[in-house]
Each structure stands twice: as C-alpha cells, then as structure tokens.
Design a protein around this ligand. Structure first.
Ligand SMILES: Cc1ncc(C[n+]2csc(CCOP(=O)(O)OP(=O)(O)O)c2C)c(N)n1
Ligand SMILES: [Mg+2]
Length: 410
C-alpha cells in the first residue's frame, strides 16, 4: 500500500530525505563499481547484487540509532553504508586485499565491526542470524543499553527451520528485535510461489503472536517510516516485529547466474518501478531536490568512489607468510573481545552456584571411564584416573563417591 504523500513529508527533515537519496545512489554506484571490477577479474569471491532493492537496505538501516546493532546479509551493502562502513572496506573485502577488514581472508562480505559500528558479520547459513541477533537484543536489554537489533532474511531463507526457531525465541523473550524479510520473489531459481503457500510472508508472524507489516520495498520512504515505527515499538518493549518488504531481484542470484528463468513480463514490470527513479520523481515533485542538487550528489559520490576504488586497487594482496594467521581465534593475540559492562559485573551475573559443575546423568554410565551409576556427560572422553586433573574434570567414580582404582582403564 503506497503511503500518502502528506504523511511521507512530515516524517523527515529535508536533509534526511536527501540522505536517503544519497545512500541509495551510493549503494547502486558501489555495486556498479564492483561489477566492473568483477569483469576485470579483480573480485576474488562471489558478487551479489541488490539492484532494485536499495530502498530496503537503506530505508531500514536509516531507522536505526548509532548505538543499535545490525547484521547484514549479502544484499545489504546499502545498510553497511548507512551504518558508516566506508566503501573502501567493501571494495578491499571483495578483492581480498590485505587492507580489508579481514586482511584478505574473505572474498565477499563476511566482516563486521563489534567495537564501533555494532555490526555482526553475515552468516552464510540462511536464518542463523535470527537467533544470534535475538541474543544481541536480549543482551542489550540485560545490560540496560536500550538498543534494538536488526537483521534481514530472504523469501527463501524464511523457510529454514532456524527462521522459525529464532522468531519463536525472539517472540517468547519479547526481544527488541526487528526482522526485515526481503521478498524479492526468487530464491536462486525458485519462485516464491513454489516454496511458500502464502501471499504475504508477513503472515508468518501470526504463528508467533508478533506484529508484522507487509510493505512496498521499492518505496524507500515507506520502508523508512515503517521500520522507524517498528524500531520505536521494539525499543519501548513491545517485542519483536517482522516487516515483509516486497520487491524483485533484478539480477541473477550472483554474477554467474543470467537468471533466464525469470519471465520477461515480470522483469519489465519491476524495471519500471525502479526505487531510485521513483524516489527522485517524488523529491523533485516535493521540491526537495532539483537538477543542481542532484548533480552535486552525483559528483560527491563519483569523487568518493574514485578515491576508494583507487585505494583498493593499489592495496597489496596479503603476504604469503600471513596465510595461517587469524584463521582460528587464538585469544588475545588474535583479537580481544571483552564484554562492555554497563553495570557492575556482579549485578548481572547469576547468583554463585554451589552445584557441582559437571552434568551427571543417572544410570547412564557405560563409557570408558564409567563403571557406576552416574557418569559425567562426556564420560567417554574423561581422562583415566592417574592422568586426570581432578580439580577440572571429576571422573565418574569420584562423583559416585568411589575410591579411584589404582591402575588402568575400565
Ligand atoms: C541454510 C542454507 N541453505 C541453502 C543455502 C544456499 N543459498 C544461499 S543463498 C540461497 C538463496 C536465498 O534466497 P532468498 O532467501 O530468497 O534470498 P535472495 O538471494 O533472494 O536475497 C541459497 C539457497 C544457504 N546459504 N543456507
Ligand atoms: Mg529471495
């Protein structure tokens, strides 16, 4: 449902309207630059396009505050830009350069920024970010930070088990969490109608008793207004909210996919509804933008991207001797992740427990080291008595109150 223009105009300041335009144009230009780099064989990994879906990434991320958290998926470069990621990080990341956030260890967008921008890295397994970001939302509430967490999911991803588990968890915990469901009509080559028996994917929210909206994803102002309302409600304690933004994936799944399975009439329909062209018409009509202002924005973007692309192209590939570094986290010498406690630690930890820390299972004891009634849950892996560090891993017999055997294994 299109939002009446009167309502649209009262929501944002002139600068904010222009910000939305700037970020949508920047989103498109960053991706266009990467398409060219891909064709020059300079992109190392896969390249996914959000052509025609820029209004969703930009409008939804723009509704977040600086302190809020988000986790983007492959088609959310616009959300990264709005949150403050410089284009050079996106270019260097896709080119696997040593200057990239992952120091050349990834060829797509698997990077985040936990310290400053509050971005959790994408997880490739579709839907897994839903319980993760529910956890972030709950942690923020627990720590009294008054934050909202957001992530995105596709129409295909909304059919994974973890989507439902995650949303149910968020609902039952009333987590301050907003989920944007980008219904772009295709999941790889599968049309949405062949995989979900619903007209509106927002109806999935009914199963969890949470609020939902179904909106036009090609109308950036509608995306922003709806998301802002949802973010405000979630922050106020109304629980999680699902927003289905309807759109269309204008390119193939990734660069390798010509998407010849898409009916031409469908493509034609959506190409006429380009979100940037629609928004530009709106801005001109409302006298929020004119030809001079448009040229200024275009010059700003091309100037910025030229510098950022040059930086990326001139950056070195990772030195060979760093190949094994940073693959597995080795603790503080790898990177420090420490909780940023907003309240005294003692206040947020559970009361000290006097229960033995090993989980015992009554009558479940036939492992290598278990010979009596109760066994630690990993009984097969517990060290033999003479080698065991009894402070750390009590053996089955110790737990059962038996004297340890002198030698050998059972
Ligand atoms: C659990 C899981 N299953 C399959 C895949 C492989 N896969 C990656 S993207 C994709 C299609 C996703 O479609 P959709 O969720 O609609 O998102 P879109 O690509 O349209 O943005 C598939 C099947 C995966 N990454 N994770
Ligand atoms: Mg899809």
């Amino acid at each position: 449902m299109p939002v009446p223009e009167a309502r649209r105009k009262t929501q944002l300041s002139r600068q904010q309207y222009l910000d939305l335009y700037y970020y949508m144009r920047l989103n498109r230009e960053v991706e266009e630059t990467m398409t060219k780099l891909f064709r020059q064989n300079k992109i190392v990994g896969g390249l996914y396009s959000s052509l025609g879906q820029e209004g969703i990434s930009v409008g939804s991320a723009y509704a977040l505050e600086k302190k809020d958290w988000m986790a983007p998926m492959i088609r959310n470069i616009g959300a990264l830009l709005v949150k403050g990621v410089p284009p050079r990080d996106i270019f260097t990341q896709h080119m696997a350069k040593f200057t990239s956030p992952t120091k050349g260890k990834d060829g797509t967008s698997h990077f985040g920024d936990l310290q400053n921008l509050h971005i959790v890295s994408p997880i490739s397994m579709l839907g897994d970010l839903i319980p993760v970001m529910t956890g972030v939302a709950m942690a923020g509430r627990y720590l009294g930070q008054n934050i909202v967490a957001m992530t995105w999911i596709g129409d295909g991803g909304s059919s994974t088990g973890v989507f439902h588990e995650g949303l149910n968890l968020a609902a039952s915990q009333r987590a301050p969490f907003v989920l944007i469901l980008e219904n772009n009509l295709w999941a790889y080559s599968t049309p949405v109608r062949r995989q979900v028996p619903l007209d509106n994917l927002a109806d999935r929210a009914k199963a969890y008793g949470i609020q939902s909206y179904s909106i036009d994803g090609n109308d950036v102002v509608e995306v922003y207004n709806t998301t802002k309302e949802a973010v405000d409600k979630a922050r106020a304690g109304d629980g999680p909210i699902l927003i289905e933004a309807k759109s269309f994936r204008r390119r193939g799944h990734a660069q390798h996919d010509p998407a010849e399975y898409v009916p031409p009439a469908q493509r034609e329909y959506w190409e006429k509804r380009d979100p940037i062209a629609l928004y530009e018409t709106f801005l001109f009509k409302q006298k929020l933008l004119d030809a001079k202002g448009k040229k200024e924005i275009e010059d700003k973007i091309s100037g910025l991207l030229e510098k950022e692309r040059e930086f990326a192209e001139n950056s070195p590939m990772p030195p060979a001797e760093t190949v094994s570094e940073g693959v597995y986290c080795t603790g503080d010498d790898c990177h420090k992740i420490a909780a940023d406690w907003q309240r005294p630690v003692a206040e947020v930890m559970p009361p000290k427990s006097n229960v033995d820390p090993v989980w015992t299972v009554k009558g479940f004891g036939s492992g290598k080291n278990a010979s009596r009634e109760n066994a630690p849950i990993h009984f097969g892996d517990t060290p033999s008595v003479e080698n065991s560090n009894t402070d750390k891993v009590p053996t089955a017999k110790k737990l059962a109150g038996e004297p340890p055997r002198a030698k050998g294994r059972g």
